[in-house]
Write a protein that binds this ligand. Structure first.
Ligand code: ARG
Length: 401
């Protein structure tokens, strides 16, 4: 008896996930491997990937385009929550995992599989996100992770694949580990493992170099409805198209590069480089519109929720009662976050330089230093007297001791 009879495997077409196919069958006694490649707008041709899975021994090879769901159901809630892990990483990879897990579970249920599998190693966050998401969606499914157990080096993995007709990578394989989708690219390993080394320019694809960025700034107007971006420069635009177009605009100005030392859930610090042009701009613009439309206490309280929300995405807890409850809070806060933000893109920087909303709480007659000022200056005195009371009492006590 093998570990499972029929398995749905998350498939990318790379060496590791390809080798998983014969490995599951030969070493773990799996009878049938169905592969699933998710199209999340990464821009790769997936027909060759589909064929490669069949050549590598899959009984069926599924390719599912889920780009729209990815943006609507995963990226947009994250934007509403201004989700940034450790204040910087907009979670472009982390957000894709619960969606891929859902596609795997749906396929397993549809094809009567008793397990799902993925090619993650034991060192990263993605294994956690897959395993926990799958458990949340269907706790009866087994999760198999061959690469976590097989203990083969890169060379051994390639050699194993060759025994089962999996061609070794034609071009000298890149030293980097790269994950990409419509939201961004994550680049790690190779020379980046030295935290002191500047990322070489050739690792970037979605963003141009600052040196090559236009010498003139570009302005882009982003329209939001209840915290969701719905238009670019006054034109209504669908979710995936909006991200794609804004990736192009912002990327040309070298906006959205992030180089950071990041704390993985498994306790390892790693050096990660990201490029997330549209997502970075949208989170900035969204936060700016919130500062115009939300009351101070709500805005400040939401900051704490955002921190927890971001950690939950990073730590693989997308499908959890807490994330769900926090999401309800975030949704409620977005009811009046409708308006337009004007962003200036220039030489690697995206800055909100204008914002407007029918729900604006900005009151010119209170803020102005001009003649129209309606603020009661004398009321400030009594306010400060009471506000400062505890501090005054404390200070007097100190002196008398
Ligand atoms: N560190 C990021 C995360 O945990 C990206 C991981 C990307 N994976 C990769 N193979 N490069 O979300």
């Amino acid at each position: 008896m093998g570990r499972a009879k029929k398995v749905v495997l998350a498939y990318s077409g790379g060496v590791d996930t390809s080798v998983c196919i014969p490995y599951l069958k030969q070493e773990w006694g799996v009878e049938e491997v169905i592969t699933l490649a998710a199209d999340l707008g990464q821009g790769d041709e997936l027909e060759p990937v589909r064929e490669k899975a069949l050549k590598s021994g899959a009984s069926q090879s599924l390719v599912i385009n889920a780009t729209d769901d990815f943006v609507k159901d995963y990226a947009f809630p994250a934007i509403q929550a201004n989700a940034l892990y450790e204040n910087r990483y907009p979670l472009s990879t982390a957000l894709a995992r619960p969606l891929i897990a859902k596609l795997l579970v749906d396929a397993a249920e549809q094809y009567g599989a008793d397990a799902v599998a993925h090619g993650c190693t034991g060192k990263g966050n993605d294994q956690v996100r897959f395993d926990v998401s799958i458990a949340a969606l269907n706790p009866n499914l087994k999760v198999l992770a061959p690469a976590r157990e097989w203990g083969m080096s890169r060379e051994e993995t390639i050699a194993y694949g060759e025994r089962y007709g999996i061609p070794s990578p034609v071009k000298k394989s890149s030293p980097y580990s790269i994950d990409k989708n419509l939201l961004g690219r994550a680049i790690e390993a190779g020379p980046l493992e030295d935290p002191w080394t500047e990322p070489p320019e050739d690792i970037y694809e979605m963003t141009g170099a600052i040196a090559d960025a236009p010498d003139q700034p570009e302005y882009v107007e982003i329209g939001f409805e209840q915290g969701i971006p719905v238009s670019l420069n006054g034109q209504a635009i669908g979710p995936a198209a909006l991200i794609q177009q804004l990736n192009g605009i912002a990327g040309a100005h070298s906006v959205g590069r992030i180089d950071m030392i990041e704390n993985r859930l498994v306790g390892i610090k790693s050096r990660e480089v990201y490029e997330t042009p549209a997502l970075s701009v949208l989170i900035d613009a969204h936060r700016d519109l919130e500062s115009l439309t939300l009351t101070a206490d709500l805005l400040h309280y939401k900051r704490g929720i955002e921190e927890t929300y971001s950690q939950m995405i990073y730590n693989g807890l997308w499908y959890s009662p807490l994330r769900d409850a926090l999401d309800a809070f975030v949704k409620k806060t977005q009811e009046r976050v409708t308006g337009t933000v004007r962003v200036k893109l220039f030489k690697g920087v995206a800055a909100a330089i204008g914002r407007k909303s029918a729900n604006s709480l900005y009151a010119t007659e209170l803020a102005t230093y001009g003649a129209e000022d309606r603020f009661d200056h004398r009321a400030a005195e009594g306010f400060i007297y009471i506000w400062g009371m505890p501090t005054r009492v404390w200070s007097q006590k100190q002196r008398s001791m």
